[in-house]
Design a protein. Structure first.
Length: 452
């Protein structure tokens, strides 16, 4: 199989050109053959008609002597290669050369004037009457002249065919090379694009529309890759920053504790600090691993049937102590029994993340409301608070990893900036969506819509 696309285009071009040329030459050859045969038939019919006219003139001069009249008529015919004969029924009265005129007359089928083929020749018949008797004038001529002309034409075609194909192949290869030039330029530009210059774009000038569409698609792909690389670099930098803090705290606490002998109470206090930071570190690593698996498509939903009203009630009870400690009113409004099919544990984590987020960023004396709405096409979970709210500019980025809207949403509140990213991933993995409506100082409302 031909690997080169350029050669493949050339072969297809030459093949199509050869087929068209063969069809054209065959058609022209057939038309020419019929034209030569038709012209010969007209000449033979004219000769037969001339012979019949001469015979009738001679009959008047010879006073109705058919044999002599036929001999005179045939003798007066000036023929180059053909032959002519005059018949009285099945009897040959006179002929200009040896040929089976009787058989030729019978092949005409009784037509008054007709032309047809006989072995190796063409023949024409003209039937006429003279003095009440029926006669037949037959003219015939070999096909040698036509065959000679057609043979010369065939030789010219056979000689011209490979020459024309060679010219077509060279021209096709040149056009293919010229047409592929923008692709070669695109390939050269693409080879120069690496991870360090993904902002570069392909430039192909005034190329064909199809190549322009290809270049535009490739440039869009480069844009997406550039954005993905940028997100990955930012993610790695943010993850490194987040991991460095608890590791530094653990190492610093251990270094300080081991610097000298301490009491049991001091060792216990240091171990408590290390344990707390270790738990934070473990939670951060778990979140990162879950998001990495989600990005790789390796998280499989453990779907089962459960009741959303029970799940939301359990989540509200789980965070009730946190709300009480922060002096926040937590209200849970559940619809009637709302069956659902999905991954209960993931949806529980999504709900807890939203409730924890709402409680942490609502000042004392505020309120958090969790509502469940059962719908025909699915369910809607709405978590609203009377907290500090989020600005319009920051609201567009709250679902990005490690994003924090302001200093109030900081590590000191126990978050890493991954909770809402996990919420979005869980909602989308159930073919749903999460939306945010918020104003600074007026609280926020997160709405999760999940189809059945």
């Amino acid at each position: 199989m031909i690997r080169s696309f350029r050669l493949r285009l050339t072969v297809w071009y030459v093949g199509c050109f050869a087929a068209l040329f063969a069809l054209l030459t065959a058609g022209l050859y057939g038309v020419l053959s019929r034209a030569l045969t038709s012209r010969l038939d007209e000449s033979l019919l004219s000769q037969a008609a001339t012979a019949s006219a001469l015979f009738q003139d001679e009959m008047e001069e010879t006073r109705n002597d058919p044999a002599k009249s036929a001999e005179e008529a045939v003798t007066n015919m000036r023929l180059r290669a053909g032959k002519v004969a005059v018949l009285d029924g099945a009897r040959v009265l006179a002929a200009s050369g040896p040929f089976d005129a009787v058989a030729a007359a019978r092949l005409s089928g009784g037509a008054k004037e007709s032309a047809y083929s006989i072995p190796g020749a063409r023949a024409a018949v003209c039937r006429f009457s003279s003095n009440g008797r029926a006669y037949v004038a037959v003219a015939a001529e070999p096909l040698d002249a036509i065959e000679t002309d057609l043979a010369a034409i065939r030789r010219a075609m056979f000689l011209a065919f490979p020459l024309i194909l060679a010219i077509a192949g060279a021209g096709g290869y040149w056009f293919a090379t010229r047409g592929m030039a923008p692709l070669d330029a695109m390939a050269a530009q693409a080879r120069r694009i690496t991870g360090s210059n993904l902002d570069a774009r392909l430039e192909i000038g005034d190329a064909a529309g199809e190549l322009t569409a290809l270049a535009d698609s490739f440039n869009e792909l480069l844009g997406r890759l550039d954005q993905s690389f940028d997100n990955m670099r930012r993610f790695v930098a943010d993850a490194s920053h987040e991991l460095r803090t608890p590791v530094a705290v653990i190492r610093g606490e251990a270094d300080v504790t081991l610097a000298k002998e301490r009491s049991a109470a001091e060792y216990k206090e240091s171990l408590a600090i290390i344990l707390d930071e270790s738990r934070r570190l473990s939670r951060l690593v778990d979140d990162l691993l879950n998001l990495a698996r989600a990005d790789a498509g390796r998280v499989k939903l453990q779907a089962q049937e459960f009741y959303w009203n029970d799940l939301l009630s359990e989540c509200c009870r789980s965070v009730q102590s946190l709300a009480v400690a922060r002096q926040i009113e937590l209200e849970c409004r559940c619809a009637a029994e709302t069956p659902f099919w999905g991954d209960e544990e993931l949806l529980r984590r999504m709900t807890l993340n939203l409730l924890d987020n709402a409680i942490r960023y609502t000042p004392p004396g505020g309120k958090v409301l969790a509502e469940l709405e059962g719908r025909i096409d699915g369910v809607r979970i709405r978590i609203s608070d009377t907290g500090i709210g989020i600005g319009a500019d920051a609201a567009a980025h709250v679902f990005e990893r490690f994003f924090r809207a302001d200093k109030a949403r900081s590590r000191g509140n126990g978050g890493f900036g991954l909770g809402l990213a996990i919420v979005k991933w869980i909602a989308e993995s159930h073919r749903g969506a999460v939306e945010l409506a918020s104003r600074p100082g007026a609280g926020s409302t997160f709405t999760v819509t999940l189809p059945r």
